[in-house]
Design a binder for this molecule. Structure first.
Ligand code: PEP
Ligand code: MN
Length: 349
């Protein structure tokens, strides 16, 4: 896999969510070549959550990827979700494969893919499963290794959630950090596009991934994102990708497991992001309670409820070694802010 990428980090994989037409694939590939991308991605078979969406062009698109290899010299990669996809890709000379999040969630399919690759040295990147299950993610790596598929890498693309959050997927960076610790020898990529779900967040997620010491990025880019048949809102035009790459700061990382101050700070930043997300979620629920109280004429401050909540927080905090006074200060502030928000709702006409 190393030979596919430049010496310097981050290693970059870019290309459209889906191969849609020969023109779209080649126009995007040429533009990305100029941006300095050396591995081109495009989905041929698309696992869509809902039926009736564009489900990929299928095998017909494989020769277009060959064209990309020939015309631009870039390596090409696509997603496989079963043995028939693997066979078609190997026959077509695709350089690298990835296993999508929905497939990693299914051990039967992972096993089938691993067996169909047995004895080959085609690089395979394994995305995290849709749900935050490190066991499934790790198990997929183990299944490939058991079939002697050794040229492996990992992609973190975030985890599905029912909650309305800033991004399409929850990053849960600590899961990625744990995975990195389990497999320090494997190249570790972040897919900020699927994590973001919208172009405006791709840069900040890419930077966070680099700060956390990821080796590379897989970013969706399309020559005409507005016309894209899948994931239109998260695909960058090649020129925008160029600008984004120019804005990224690559910090010094110590190889292996050694943590630099920078990477420890990046971990703190990732936890802080999560705290803010949870505070916003809590405030949302609190507003719902505000409306409920308003409709039923219930008083906002219910001190018995707050005392109960505080005691529970202190008890739980103690099991994590957190100081009771510290928790009391934090929860008092949260409670005050919550009450102020509910007061606003009650006073609205
Ligand atoms: C993709 O890379 O286009 C894709 C389908 O991603 P994921 O498996 O992360 O949803
Ligand atoms: Mn996509």
């Amino acid at each position: 896999m190393k030979t596919f990428f430049k010496d310097s980090r981050p290693w970059l994989i870019a290309g459209p969510c889906s191969a849609e037409s020969e023109e779209q694939v080649l126009a995007t590939a040429r533009a990305l070549k100029d941006v300095g991308v050396n591995v081109f991605r495009a989905g041929i078979w698309k696992p869509r959550t809902h039926p009736g969406c564009f489900e990929g062009i299928g095998e017909k698109g494989l020769p277009w990827l060959r064209e990309v290899q020939e015309q631009t010299g870039m390596k090409v990669c696509t997603e496989v979700a079963g043995a028939s996809h693997v066979k078609a890709c190997l026959d077509a000379g695709i350089d690298m494969l990835w296993v999508g999040a929905r497939t990693t969630s299914n051990p039967f399919l992972v096993q089938e893919i691993a067996e169909s690759l047995s004895g080959t040295d085609v690089p395979v990147l394994v995305k995290n499963p849709v749900n935050a299950d490190l066991g499934l993610w790790t198990g997929a790596i183990e299944r490939f290794r058991a079939q002697d598929v050794r040229n492996l890498g990992i992609i973190h693309r975030g985890f599905s959630t029912f909650d309305k959050i800033r991004y399409r997927n929850v990053p849960h960076w600590r899961y990625a950090i744990e995975m990195r610790t389990r497999f320090p020898e494997l190249p570790f990529f972040c897919d900020p596009s699927h994590m973001a779900g919208a172009v405006e967040y791709v840069a900040e997620i890419s930077q966070r991934a680099l700060d956390l010491g990821f080796d590379g990025l897989m970013i969706e880019s399309h020559c005409c994102p507005r016309q894209a048949l899948s994931d239109a809102s998260q695909q960058l035009e090649p020129s925008a990708l160029d600008g984004l790459l120019g804005s990224l700061k690559v910090r010094d990382q110590v190889a292996g497991n050694d943590e630099t101050l920078e990477s420890l700070r990046a971990r703190i930043d990732a936890v802080d992001d999560e705290i803010i997300r949870l505070l916003a979620e809590r405030m949302g629920i609190s507003r719902e309670i505000g409306s409920y109280k308003k409709e039923r004429n219930i008083a906002i401050i219910q001190s018995a409820r707050f005392e109960e909540l505080l005691e529970a927080a202190k008890k739980l905090g103690a099991t994590y070694g957190l100081d009771a006074g510290f928790l009391a200060r934090i929860f008092n502030m949260i409670h005050d802010a919550s009450a102020a928000e509910q007061n606003k709702i009650i006073s609205e006409k």
